[in-house]
Design a protein around this ligand. Sequence first.
Ligand SMILES: C[S@@+](CC[C@H](N)C(=O)[O-])C[C@H]1O[C@@H](n2cnc3c(N)ncnc32)[C@H](O)[C@@H]1O
Length: 435
Amino acid sequence: MKKYLLFMVHAHLNFRKAEIESLADLFNIESIDYSKYSDQSPFLIADLKNDEEASTWIKRSILTKAIYEYWGEGETMEDLHKSIKEQPYTEKYIKDYELDSFKFEFETYKGNSKNNNVDRVKQIESFRYLDFKGKIRMKDAKQIYTVIEKYQPVSENIGGDKPVYHYFGRLVQRSNRSAMEKYDLKKRPYKGTTSFEAELSLVSANIAQVKPGTIMYDPFAGTGSFLVAGGHFGALVIGSDIDGRMIRGKGAQASINSNFKKYGESEKFLDVITMDFTHNALRSDLMIDTILCDPPYGIRESIKVLGAKNPEKFEGKEDVEIDGEKAYLKRDYIPTKKPYSLDALLDDLLQYSTERLPIGGRLAFWMPTANDENIETIVPMHSNLELKYNCVQDFNKWSRRLLVYINRGDGYNGSTNAGKQRTSNFRDRYFKNFN
Ligand SMILES: C[S@@+](CC[C@H](N)C(=O)[O-])C[C@H]1O[C@@H](n2cnc3c(N)ncnc32)[C@H](O)[C@@H]1O
């Protein structure tokens, strides 16, 4: 085992550990001691087999910056050098890389970006004792040695001027944060009011353990944000939505399909269909590996499913024909819809997941909740599903949470609360500003 230093993003703290843990589990990496993880710190030292394992773990991560082979740490630069010289493996590391081209980089945490008082050249020279013999290359250096400085910030928004701690390591793998730019909604051809931002949709796909070459389904696909995230991680994606306008998009240049084309990932896009999730038409023997979605919050639209609000009005009219063809078989037929509750829809989603996911497969979805102190948040539960994560993203008066379940099968006997009222009146209360 070797020591590695993980440098994480200090944001979305409710999601950060879930992401690295899910990725480690996905790649069967069992040696990480999470007892050392703290939401207060962006650093974690982990024992891993080798660089390959470190790289596999982190290259998909969104809430991590990079992983380094650990060389040492200390409060001051002097302490840091002392620590590097004392590590038993330093001599071997130097031998392993001494002929490689290299460069030095500096990373800061909570530092003041306008601070020009640091003499980086002098700092680099202080590592002279490592005696690397390779060429210094600013571009395409084979090894990148990094000093990470931790500062004491002056206030929440003002970074500090003097580092209070230092780490040193050799870069092994940068994370996948650059994907956030590629999938940035501002640059996406087809999007809408329901589109989900790039960062947390990619994080959701990581926590859901979306795998290359497997099938991912989003039953409430809308403009396809989660399909794009799933496709990015190599899954073959299928979506459905009750609203055909979402599925069709706005012409050839602005549709879910055209988004996939723009990203050069068309082969990941299986298809999308207009369909009420509760009248699901996907073949019952189609194995779905992961379900990832953002069910309707009922904010912009009330929740509807196929059916009649007043069925008696339609009695005997099932067989109405137009031009000799059954009305409901015509292409332009618009079926009637009736209101439905978010609680019932989520119960349906849990039940469907137990029927379609393999044992160990993950269901991940977002659920809105009000932040009223006197109302307990009740998370939907199903006896076959283990609730693995409940990650909250807080807005002012409401929050949404990513709920992640693992299908454990019939013998699991977990708790259940199907049929219970849980998310009542979220829409009404949202529009009344939760007063
Ligand atoms: C919060 S939006 C999802 C947005 C999506 N993540 C995106 O990227 O645009 C919820 C979607 O669920 C759809 N929906 C509502 N009721 C549905 C139902 N019964 N079956 C399928 N889709 C439904 C809505 O049309 C809406 O597009």
